[in-house]
Design a protein around this ligand. Structure first.
Ligand code: ADP
Ligand code: MG
Length: 390
């Protein structure tokens, strides 16, 4: 059997017309002699009736009072609805499908509800369905504990389901279908001149995804890398060849991969020594810490800023918090140690009147903290400067 996994994101399954395009892609693979395993996300995006956020809003979203176990049960419904509706689209075309929940598909997790860790995947469950000549449609984003409770794998987790199944079934490749032509040098919704990347190494795309490019979940890239399963990011709505993610031996020759950003950040400037210990106790994560003799500067998610302020008040610390910040990244292989790169980046932001609040770099990325209002301008100007496109 030539097994492939085809994962379809929320926008790909959002309407009857779109689900027909999904069925076309799957049937085309069958006609080419493949045995596809289909993975689906919940239908649509925020605001659509059966999207994950809409279901969550029924119980006040993040502020809900029920346990995370119950919230996971509710969120799991989105993919179940989507999978059954997709099965109907196949049935109308004369193809019989079998819907499998995460548990049915053998995806066993721990009980860290909301962001469960996968313990094992029993490939036999899906294999049995393929052997019966049925199309397995697996609900993405979902697993099950040993006790039989539904769990979810964290937002964007359907990509993880796709990669996990690809690995467990030793698939020839995993296709991630979405609403753009592949992985690009920037988010095309923010930088209209972003360019498609035809081939990319696992490590480069991991860095892009980890630093904010929502097009693929970084954990999916890690799982695929473990067994060298190629990932192909494609558009459900076009015939573009997409982006092939593999192990590229020569990948280190490319200097830059792309620009990304993460909004909703706050910068904290404080003199007190005890702040990190207290933040750790409350599980508030922080990054880009810089310390000088008399002050510490660090970044937290905007959601956590009020809690950090509470701690600072308790400590009677002298502090300043700058809200509405964003992190912009230039991702690439040689972003450290090449002085021209850093100075070009700073100059680009400077001449465009983007105020840089903090700067940090690693081997694979340069990160600048800026005011969120400048996010779009900064991404477009950096893209123009480093990717030679306006
Ligand atoms: P899906 O519902 O199919 O999983 P997502 O919204 O998770 O779709 O991912 C697709 C979106 O990722 C695109 O619409 C695009 O706006 C965004 N995106 C962010 N960064 C990039 C990038 N570097 N390349 C392509 N798309 C990107
Ligand atoms: Mg996604």
């Amino acid at each position: 059997m030539r097994i492939i996994v085809q994962k379809f994101g929320g926008t790909s399954v959002a309407s009857g017309e779109r689900r027909n395009l999904v069925a076309d892609k799957v049937i085309c693979a069958i006609e080419q002699g493949y045995s596809p395993v289909v993975v689906v996300s919940a239908m649509g995006r925020k605001g659509d009736p059966y999207a994950t956020d809409s279901l969550l809003s029924l119980i006040n979203g993040k502020d809900c009072s029920v346990d995370k176990r119950e919230a996971d049960l509710l969120m799991s419904c989105g993919e179940i609805i989507s999978a059954v509706v997709m099965a109907e689209a196949f049935a109308e075309r004369g193809y019989k499908a079998r819907v499998l929940t995460g548990g049915n598909a053998g995806i066993i997790t721990d009980d860290n509800f909301g962001n469960a860790n996968v313990v094992s995947v029993e490939a036999e469950k899906v294999l049995k369905v393929l052997e019966q000549g049925l199309i397995p449609i697996v609900t993405g984003f979902q697993g099950m504990t040993e006790e039989g409770d539904f769990t979810t794998l964290g937002r964007g987790g359907s990509d993880v389901t796709g990669a996990l199944l690809g690995k467990a079934l030793n698939a020839e490749y995993v296709e991630i279908y979405t609403d753009v032509d592949g992985i690009m040098t920037a988010d095309p919704n923010i930088v209209p001149n972003a360019k498609i990347i035809d081939r990319i190494d696992y490590r480069e795309v991991f860095e892009l995804a980890y630093q904010g490019a929502k097009v693929i979940h970084p954990r999916a890239v890690e799982y695929a890398l473990e067994d060298n399963i190629p990932l192909i990011v494609k558009n459900t709505f076009s015939d573009a060849p997409g982006t092939v993610i593999t192990n590229l031996v020569e990948y280190k020759d490319d200097l830059f991969t792309g620009v990304t950003s993460m909004t909703n950040k706050a910068m904290v400037i404080v003199k007190d020594e005890n702040i990190f210990k207290l933040m750790a106790e409350r599980k508030i994560s922080t990054d880009i810490i810089s310390e000088s003799q008399d002050q510490k500067v660090f970044i937290v998610d905007s959601d956590a800023a009020a809690e950090v302020e509470d701690i600072l008040k308790q400590l009677c610390a002298e502090y300043r918090i700058i809200n509405n910040c964003s992190k912009v990244f230039l991702i690439g292989n040689k972003t450290s140690g090449i002085q021209e790169v850093m100075s070009k980046l700073i100059r680009t932001l400077e001449v465009n009147n983007v105020n840089v609040l903090q700067i940090a770099n690693s081997n694979t990325a340069i990160c600048c903290l800026i005011e969120e209002a400048d996010n779009k301008k900064a991404l477009n100007e950096l893209h123009k400067a480093f990717f030679n496109a306006s």
